[in-house]
Ligand binder design. Sequence first.
Ligand code: PDD
Length: 291
Amino acid sequence: MSVYPVIISQMKFVHRDSLNYPFEERGLQFGDGVYEVIRIYSGQYYLLDEHVDRLFRSAEAIKIELTFTKEECREYLLELLKRNKMDVDGKVYLQVTRGSATRDHVFPADTPANIYAYVVKVPRPLGKLANGVGTITHPDVRWDYCYIKSLNLLPNVLAKQEAKENNCYEAILHKDGVVTECSSSNVYLVKDGKIYTHPSSKNILHGCVRMRIEQFAKDLNIPFIEEPFTIGGIEDADELFLSSSTSEVLPIVTVDDLTINGGTPGPITKKLQETYEKDAQITGAEPATSK
Ligand code: PDD
């Protein structure tokens, strides 16, 4: 991973080597912060407004005061790409923590938030988009506020690692058999031409790509039903797919020992992939579905 040289630190543009955090930093010690990952295609952000809105919602939910407006945030992020002459596919990682202070669980007084953002190149996962990925099922042992994009990702990290150790890409999380989402993406089941997914309650992250998929479904006249499905229900699925800013619309072709749709991406998933590519104005690459 190569980080572009110019980063944002405390709303200033500085060289990446000058980021210097003290030992006593709330993000490092408590995971006391929130973050965003925003996709970049050919040097342009995709869903920038949606991500900035969610950053503000997450910060507010954990009572971190931001000292800039949404408009300023967007301007800084756009300027970050300009200063780096970023013109390829990538992502920006943006993190806000409750700041640097002597270690104490209680919020520190008069302490400004720590903010940084950096840009990296990330190619599209074309092979996975075309062929689909394998998944495992895993209990969702996270807390009750998964709609906050918090830095506390240990349960997500452990679930994803277990997927990796089973030669899979993702872990489908469930609470007593009810599927919530994946370790770092949202998940959907297709049955009889309808898309089912967990409602955007506090138990899942309200994915920016999920929001777009809901709109795509509306435009394509595909019912988008916010009803949770179960691990047992996956056996009857016609198609299964997941979504995130880095995974796009990604077909799932196996779940544990079960094969979905004969191990190939299904027609509704492919239609959504095509719509995604148009929406994100992806150019210069063949459509994922033709690879
Ligand atoms: N993850 N659910 C979880 C738990 C996630 O971590 C993510 C994103 C999503 C999808 O959200 P969006 O469509 O806004 O990317 C759902 C990012 C990519 C990450 O942590 O790297």
